[in-house]
Write a protein that binds this ligand. Structure first.
Ligand code: AMP
Length: 590
């Protein structure tokens, strides 16, 4: 492996890298840096987040940029504000010993006048999000006519986020002579067509296999049902007392719900999604970076650009809609030489998505059982003991209290004292998990019951929905009123906005149709129609899920914190009790 100096970088740059602790180039740096330095061919780089791609494109630009000119020579586009800020900051660090290098980062949601003022100073390098960059071009505040390098960072994400038009506009504002450097973790059709339309005979470099996940990440899946999904999530957190991870959800609502549940249950969690203001997002991210939050519940978009290297886990509470995004999610862990675990919670239906993901990541998911209460207790207890063994005693701070303490504890044997201290910390936790059921059994039972019922059931469409104030109980009542037969089993019920579906034992299919036909029932004044439908039912639940069924206050760590809901829409624990300093995961101290 070569050194940064051998790759062709000058001493002021390698000195800055030394300061940052970059000892050796990463694979993508080793391949991309000499290529960009020695040739003006366009470059297509396959690189995940965490592989060192920022330095891979920034360092050769810094090497070649003309510091005496005040023209914009490089424009680096990134999908999110957070990533743009991170890149800008990295470039400033890399250029710490270079004179007259000026970098400006432009992004939406911030004062544009300030950015226009900064642009007037003549920065050689601009980092920007696509929307704000276009805005500044239109206002003639940003001129790209002298651009030598155009970097498209996380190109797949930019296209995913719908920035195609903006990219087209920016590319049109740059000269044909520029060198385009495209970095992407995945290469779906949209990215390939950008490469095809805007790049000339690009050279390809890769930090691994195309679209493949990091080698440092192992992938696990847990079989759950809708009922066991959240308890399973809690157990995964509980069995990993030092967990430091991101829980990915698909929607803002799901994100907020999961975060709220975790906070209510005493976990050290917070939400990150687009409904939060920029200031709230910045605050949550800062708390997460400083490990005052152990579990960040986030949407894909919000978590982008979050540059944290030591994540132990990524948890897919729900898989992403586009399976390619799984690579992005799992790539948040196993970064910069660390190892990580990417976990997926899947119900029976979602399980079919695993195979296509395995093909992309070129790895197999390992089926992992949801830990039992007993297993969790053992791990937590040992974690507590380890903390006791390793805790630093600050004698000077406690010495004044010690005589009274010794006095109070006088008479207890060593064994009794140990038992008492362990119990104080652990009783609530033990009692929560004492009679906890095996979630794997529950999932298996529920899934097999779901299968059996669907096979032996006929699915009906009914022309009533939520808008008619229908709910599962009322629908059951309506069906029963038709007197279809004794003990007719009713299966899954899916209530939608203007219509619904229900299942009835196949043997009573015709009686059900006949009963509704002859009774001609009405519901709140609306005449009721039903039809047999072959369409697969959506959603996994047999009944509408009770939204209040979360085990609130039931976690053994669920001692309530007094600062709940203090900051953004959530709260985080006080900074003195971050993950490294707690004896049990997510326990709150008053
Ligand atoms: P990136 O893929 O650019 O987001 O980089 C991921 C992380 O790896 C960042 O925190 C970088 O600071 C770090 N990093 C990048 N290159 C190196 C290197 N050669 N040696 C050590 N750390 C690096």
């Amino acid at each position: 492996m070569s050194t940064f100096l051998e790759l062709g970088l000058k001493a002021p740059i390698t000195k800055a890298l030394q300061d940052l602790g970059y000892e050796k180039p990463t694979t993508i740096q080793e391949k991309a840096i000499p290529q960009i330095l020695s040739s003006d061919s366009d470059l297509k780089a396959f690189a995940q987040t965490g592989t060192g791609k920022t330095a891979a494109f920034s360092l050769p630009i810094l090497e070649l940029v003309n510091a005496d000119s005040k023209n914009t020579q490089a424009i680096i586009l990134s999908p999110t504000r957070e990533l743009a800020v991170q890149i800008g900051k990295n470039i400033e660090e890399f250029s710490a010993y270079l004179n007259n290098i000026n970098v400006v980062t432009v992004y939406g949601g911030a004062n544009i006048d300030r950015q226009i003022k900064d642009l007037k100073k003549g920065p050689q390098i601009i980092v920007g999000t696509p929307g704000r960059t276009v805005d500044l071009i239109k206002r003639k505040a940003l001129k790209l006519g002298n651009v030598k390098w155009l970097v498209l960072d996380e190109a797949d994400e930019m296209l995913n986020m719908g920035f195609k038009d903006e990219l087209d506009a920016i590319l049109a504002a740059t000269p044909d002579t520029k060198q385009t450097l495209l970095f992407s973790a995945t290469f779906p059709q949209e990215v390939e067509s950008i490469a095809k339309n805007y790049m000339y005979k690009p050279v390809e470099v890769t930090s691994g296999e195309k679209n493949k996940g990091s080698d440092n990440v192992s992938h696990e899946y847990y079989a759950v049902t809708e009922k066991t999904r959240y308890p399973a999530l809690k157990r995964i957190a509980d069995i990993n007392p030092d967990i430091y991870g991101i829980i990915f959800c698909r929607t803002r609502r799901e994100t907020q719900q999961v975060a709220d549940q975790l906070i209510n249950d005493g976990y050290n969690a917070d939400a990150l999604h687009g409904d939060l203001s920029q200031a709230q997002r910045d605050s949550v991210m800062a708390k997460f970076r400083s490990k005052n939050i152990q579990l960040l519940v986030a949407t894909d978009v919000a978590a982008r650009g979050l540059d944290v290297n030591e994540l132990t886990h990524v948890i897919n509470h729900k898989l992403p809609d586009q399976i390619e995004n799984y690579t992005h999610r799992s790539g948040r862990t196993g970064r910069a030489g660390h190892t990580g675990i990417s976990i997926v919670l899947v119900n029976r239906k979602e399980k079919s998505k695993l195979r296509p993901i395995e093909r992309i990541i070129k790895k197999e998911f390992v089926e992992t059982k949801v830990p039992t209460g007993k297993e969790i207790c053992k791990i937590q207890l040992m974690h507590l003991i380890d903390n006791v063994v390793n805790v630093e005693v600050n004698e000077s701070e406690i010495k004044d209290f010690l005589p009274t303490i010794y006095d109070k504890l006088d008479g207890f044997s060593r064994e009794e004292l140990i038992q008492k201290f362990v119990s104080v910390e652990f009783n609530q936790f033990l009692s929560y998990y004492e009679n906890a059921s095996d979630l794997n059994d529950l999932s298996t039972k529920e899934n097999s019951r779901g299968r059996a019922s669907s096979e032996n059931m006929t699915r009906f469409f009914i022309n009533l929905g939520r808008k008619d104030r229908l709910n599962p109980a009322k629908l059951m009542g309506l069906i029963n009123e038709q007197k279809i037969g004794d003990k007719v089993e009713i299966g899954a019920i899916d209530i939608l906005d203007t219509f619904s579906f229900f299942e009835v034992d196949k043997n009573f299919e015709q009686q059900t149709l006949a009963a509704f036909e002859s009774n001609q029932p009405d519901f709140n004044g609306r005449s009721v129609n039903i039809e047999i439908t072959k369409k697969e039912r959506s959603g996994g639940g047999r009944r509408k899920r009770d939204k209040n069924s979360s085990p609130r206050n039931s976690s053994g760590f669920g001692r309530k914190r007094s600062d709940r809901n203090s900051s953004s829409r959530n709260s985080s624990r006080n900074s003195k009790s971050g993950p490294k300093k707690t004896s049990g995961f997510g326990r709150k101290r008053k």
